[in-house]
Design a protein around this ligand. Structure first.
Ligand SMILES: O=P(O)(O)OC[C@H]1O[C@H](OP(=O)(O)OP(=O)(O)O)[C@H](O)[C@@H]1O
Ligand SMILES: O=c1cc[nH]c(=O)[nH]1
Ligand SMILES: [Mg+2]
Length: 209
Protein backbone atom coordinates (compact mmCIF):
# COMPACT_ATOMS: atom_id res chain seq x y z
CA UNK A 1 0.00 0.00 0.00
CA UNK A 2 1.27 3.42 -0.93
CA UNK A 3 2.09 6.04 1.66
CA UNK A 4 1.59 3.77 4.69
CA UNK A 5 4.43 2.70 6.95
CA UNK A 6 3.67 -0.10 9.39
CA UNK A 7 5.82 0.05 12.51
CA UNK A 8 6.60 -3.55 13.21
CA UNK A 9 8.97 -3.01 16.15
CA UNK A 10 8.37 -5.91 18.60
CA UNK A 11 7.67 -3.58 21.53
CA UNK A 12 5.03 -1.73 19.52
CA UNK A 13 3.42 -4.98 18.37
CA UNK A 14 3.42 -6.49 21.87
CA UNK A 15 1.85 -3.43 23.46
CA UNK A 16 -0.69 -3.12 20.64
CA UNK A 17 -1.90 -6.67 21.35
CA UNK A 18 -2.46 -5.74 25.01
CA UNK A 19 -4.35 -2.62 23.89
CA UNK A 20 -6.62 -4.68 21.61
CA UNK A 21 -7.56 -7.12 24.40
CA UNK A 22 -11.09 -6.34 25.64
CA UNK A 23 -10.02 -7.27 29.18
CA UNK A 24 -7.54 -4.39 29.33
CA UNK A 25 -9.11 -1.72 31.56
CA UNK A 26 -9.06 2.06 31.21
CA UNK A 27 -5.98 2.75 33.32
CA UNK A 28 -3.79 0.21 31.56
CA UNK A 29 -5.23 1.10 28.15
CA UNK A 30 -4.27 4.75 28.64
CA UNK A 31 -0.75 3.86 29.80
CA UNK A 32 -0.21 1.50 26.87
CA UNK A 33 -1.44 4.06 24.32
CA UNK A 34 1.03 6.56 25.78
CA UNK A 35 3.88 4.05 25.62
CA UNK A 36 3.13 2.98 22.04
CA UNK A 37 2.83 6.63 21.02
CA UNK A 38 6.27 7.33 22.44
CA UNK A 39 7.75 4.43 20.49
CA UNK A 40 5.97 5.62 17.35
CA UNK A 41 7.29 9.15 17.91
CA UNK A 42 10.79 7.67 17.94
CA UNK A 43 10.21 5.97 14.58
CA UNK A 44 8.40 8.91 12.93
CA UNK A 45 11.22 11.32 13.77
CA UNK A 46 13.91 9.07 12.29
CA UNK A 47 14.53 11.48 9.37
CA UNK A 48 14.65 14.77 11.26
CA UNK A 49 17.62 16.77 10.01
CA UNK A 50 20.71 17.23 12.19
CA UNK A 51 23.35 19.94 12.26
CA UNK A 52 26.78 20.08 13.82
CA UNK A 53 27.60 22.47 16.60
CA UNK A 54 30.71 22.92 18.68
CA UNK A 55 30.52 21.83 22.33
CA UNK A 56 33.03 21.22 25.06
CA UNK A 57 33.08 17.91 26.90
CA UNK A 58 35.00 17.62 30.20
CA UNK A 59 37.89 16.37 28.02
CA UNK A 60 38.06 18.65 24.97
CA UNK A 61 36.20 20.72 22.40
CA UNK A 62 34.36 18.69 19.77
CA UNK A 63 31.73 18.89 17.09
CA UNK A 64 28.41 17.29 18.05
CA UNK A 65 25.13 16.68 16.26
CA UNK A 66 21.90 18.32 17.39
CA UNK A 67 18.45 18.62 15.81
CA UNK A 68 18.51 21.32 13.15
CA UNK A 69 15.81 23.33 14.85
CA UNK A 70 12.89 22.19 12.76
CA UNK A 71 9.64 23.38 14.31
CA UNK A 72 7.19 20.61 15.08
CA UNK A 73 3.51 20.53 15.92
CA UNK A 74 1.40 17.68 17.29
CA UNK A 75 -2.27 17.83 16.30
CA UNK A 76 -4.52 15.35 18.13
CA UNK A 77 -8.02 14.72 16.79
CA UNK A 78 -10.26 14.90 19.87
CA UNK A 79 -11.10 12.96 21.84
CA UNK A 80 -9.14 9.80 21.28
CA UNK A 81 -6.09 11.56 19.78
CA UNK A 82 -5.47 13.14 23.19
CA UNK A 83 -4.28 9.76 24.44
CA UNK A 84 -1.31 9.94 22.08
CA UNK A 85 -0.10 13.46 22.91
CA UNK A 86 1.89 12.78 26.08
CA UNK A 87 3.89 9.98 24.44
CA UNK A 88 4.90 12.34 21.62
CA UNK A 89 5.69 15.21 24.00
CA UNK A 90 7.90 12.95 26.14
CA UNK A 91 10.30 12.76 23.19
CA UNK A 92 9.51 16.12 21.57
CA UNK A 93 9.00 18.48 24.51
CA UNK A 94 9.39 21.63 22.41
CA UNK A 95 6.59 20.70 19.99
CA UNK A 96 3.49 22.89 20.03
CA UNK A 97 0.10 21.18 20.30
CA UNK A 98 -2.96 22.09 18.22
CA UNK A 99 -6.36 20.54 18.89
CA UNK A 100 -9.08 19.64 16.40
CA UNK A 101 -12.39 18.44 17.82
CA UNK A 102 -14.24 16.03 15.53
CA UNK A 103 -16.71 13.27 16.19
CA UNK A 104 -18.09 10.82 13.73
CA UNK A 105 -21.86 11.06 13.38
CA UNK A 106 -23.03 7.50 14.07
CA UNK A 107 -25.77 7.73 11.39
CA UNK A 108 -24.03 9.43 8.49
CA UNK A 109 -20.45 8.48 9.56
CA UNK A 110 -19.49 12.04 8.51
CA UNK A 111 -17.07 13.94 10.79
CA UNK A 112 -18.63 16.83 12.73
CA UNK A 113 -16.28 19.60 13.87
CA UNK A 114 -16.75 21.15 17.32
CA UNK A 115 -13.37 22.66 18.29
CA UNK A 116 -10.19 23.99 16.74
CA UNK A 117 -7.19 25.72 18.26
CA UNK A 118 -3.91 25.60 16.37
CA UNK A 119 -0.46 27.19 16.80
CA UNK A 120 -0.41 30.52 14.95
CA UNK A 121 2.62 29.58 12.83
CA UNK A 122 1.45 26.20 11.51
CA UNK A 123 2.62 27.03 7.99
CA UNK A 124 6.23 26.92 9.27
CA UNK A 125 5.83 23.67 11.19
CA UNK A 126 6.11 20.00 10.44
CA UNK A 127 2.75 18.76 11.71
CA UNK A 128 2.01 15.29 13.05
CA UNK A 129 -1.73 14.59 13.20
CA UNK A 130 -2.45 11.84 15.75
CA UNK A 131 -5.56 9.69 16.25
CA UNK A 132 -5.53 6.05 17.37
CA UNK A 133 -8.05 4.96 14.72
CA UNK A 134 -8.18 5.49 10.94
CA UNK A 135 -11.46 3.82 9.94
CA UNK A 136 -13.35 5.28 6.95
CA UNK A 137 -10.80 8.09 6.88
CA UNK A 138 -13.48 10.78 7.16
CA UNK A 139 -12.06 12.30 10.34
CA UNK A 140 -8.43 12.20 9.16
CA UNK A 141 -9.31 13.72 5.76
CA UNK A 142 -11.28 16.53 7.43
CA UNK A 143 -8.51 17.28 9.96
CA UNK A 144 -5.82 17.32 7.29
CA UNK A 145 -7.90 19.58 5.02
CA UNK A 146 -8.50 21.86 7.98
CA UNK A 147 -4.81 22.43 8.67
CA UNK A 148 -3.96 22.65 4.96
CA UNK A 149 -6.59 25.39 4.55
CA UNK A 150 -4.72 27.27 7.31
CA UNK A 151 -1.39 27.01 5.49
CA UNK A 152 0.18 23.74 6.64
CA UNK A 153 2.19 21.99 3.93
CA UNK A 154 4.28 19.43 5.79
CA UNK A 155 1.98 16.84 7.38
CA UNK A 156 2.25 13.28 8.67
CA UNK A 157 -0.59 11.17 10.06
CA UNK A 158 0.08 8.70 12.90
CA UNK A 159 -2.45 6.15 14.15
CA UNK A 160 -2.38 2.89 16.06
CA UNK A 161 -4.72 0.94 13.78
CA UNK A 162 -5.73 1.73 10.21
CA UNK A 163 -8.34 0.07 8.01
CA UNK A 164 -7.37 -0.41 4.34
CA UNK A 165 -10.42 1.71 3.41
CA UNK A 166 -9.13 4.64 5.50
CA UNK A 167 -5.62 4.43 4.13
CA UNK A 168 -7.01 4.48 0.58
CA UNK A 169 -9.34 7.40 1.32
CA UNK A 170 -6.63 9.56 2.89
CA UNK A 171 -4.17 8.69 0.14
CA UNK A 172 -6.68 9.60 -2.59
CA UNK A 173 -7.41 13.05 -1.11
CA UNK A 174 -4.00 13.82 0.42
CA UNK A 175 -1.32 11.88 -1.51
CA UNK A 176 1.39 14.09 0.05
CA UNK A 177 0.60 12.86 3.60
CA UNK A 178 2.46 9.76 4.79
CA UNK A 179 0.55 7.51 7.18
CA UNK A 180 2.30 5.70 10.04
CA UNK A 181 0.40 2.87 11.73
CA UNK A 182 1.20 0.10 14.20
CA UNK A 183 -1.13 -2.17 12.19
CA UNK A 184 -3.30 -2.18 9.09
CA UNK A 185 -6.26 -4.42 9.94
CA UNK A 186 -8.54 -6.51 7.74
CA UNK A 187 -11.61 -4.38 7.10
CA UNK A 188 -14.49 -2.29 8.47
CA UNK A 189 -17.68 -3.89 9.81
CA UNK A 190 -21.25 -2.71 9.06
CA UNK A 191 -20.93 0.08 11.67
CA UNK A 192 -17.59 1.19 10.20
CA UNK A 193 -15.65 -0.19 13.17
CA UNK A 194 -12.26 -1.67 12.42
CA UNK A 195 -12.05 -5.49 12.46
CA UNK A 196 -10.45 -6.85 14.56
CA UNK A 197 -9.50 -3.36 15.85
CA UNK A 198 -9.77 -2.41 19.50
CA UNK A 199 -13.35 -1.15 19.76
CA UNK A 200 -14.10 2.52 20.43
CA UNK A 201 -10.77 4.15 21.26
CA UNK A 202 -12.30 7.25 22.87
CA UNK A 203 -14.59 5.25 25.13
CA UNK A 204 -11.83 2.87 26.16
CA UNK A 205 -9.43 5.74 26.91
CA UNK A 206 -11.83 7.81 28.95
CA UNK A 207 -14.01 5.08 30.46
CA UNK A 208 -17.21 6.34 28.84
CA UNK A 209 -20.09 4.11 27.67
O1 LIG B 1 -11.97 7.23 10.09
P1 LIG B 1 -13.30 7.56 10.68
O2 LIG B 1 -14.39 6.71 10.09
O3 LIG B 1 -13.63 9.02 10.63
O4 LIG B 1 -13.28 7.09 12.21
C1 LIG B 1 -12.22 7.36 13.04
C2 LIG B 1 -12.59 8.36 14.10
O5 LIG B 1 -13.53 7.77 15.00
C3 LIG B 1 -13.05 7.91 16.33
O6 LIG B 1 -13.48 9.08 16.91
P2 LIG B 1 -14.98 9.24 17.48
O7 LIG B 1 -15.89 9.78 16.41
O8 LIG B 1 -15.41 7.95 18.11
O9 LIG B 1 -14.83 10.39 18.55
P3 LIG B 1 -14.17 10.31 19.99
O10 LIG B 1 -12.68 10.31 19.78
O11 LIG B 1 -14.65 11.53 20.67
O12 LIG B 1 -14.63 9.03 20.65
C4 LIG B 1 -11.55 7.90 16.15
O13 LIG B 1 -10.86 8.39 17.26
C5 LIG B 1 -11.36 8.72 14.91
O14 LIG B 1 -11.33 10.12 15.14
O1 LIG C 1 -12.98 0.87 15.13
C1 LIG C 1 -13.15 2.10 15.33
C2 LIG C 1 -13.61 2.96 14.31
C3 LIG C 1 -13.77 4.28 14.59
N1 LIG C 1 -13.49 4.74 15.83
C4 LIG C 1 -13.06 3.92 16.82
O2 LIG C 1 -12.82 4.37 17.95
N2 LIG C 1 -12.89 2.62 16.55
MG1 LIG D 1 -15.14 7.35 19.89
Amino acid sequence: MKNVFVMDHPLIQHKLSLIRDKNTGTKEFKELVREVSMLMAYEVTRNLPLEEIEIETPVCKTKAKVLAGRKLGIVPILRAGLGMVDGFLNLLPAAKVGHIGLYRDPETLEPVEYYCKLPTDIEERELIVVDPMLATGGSAKAAIKFIKDRGATNIKFVCLIAAPEGVEAVHREHPDVDIYAAAVDERLNDHAYIVPGLGDAGDRLFGTK
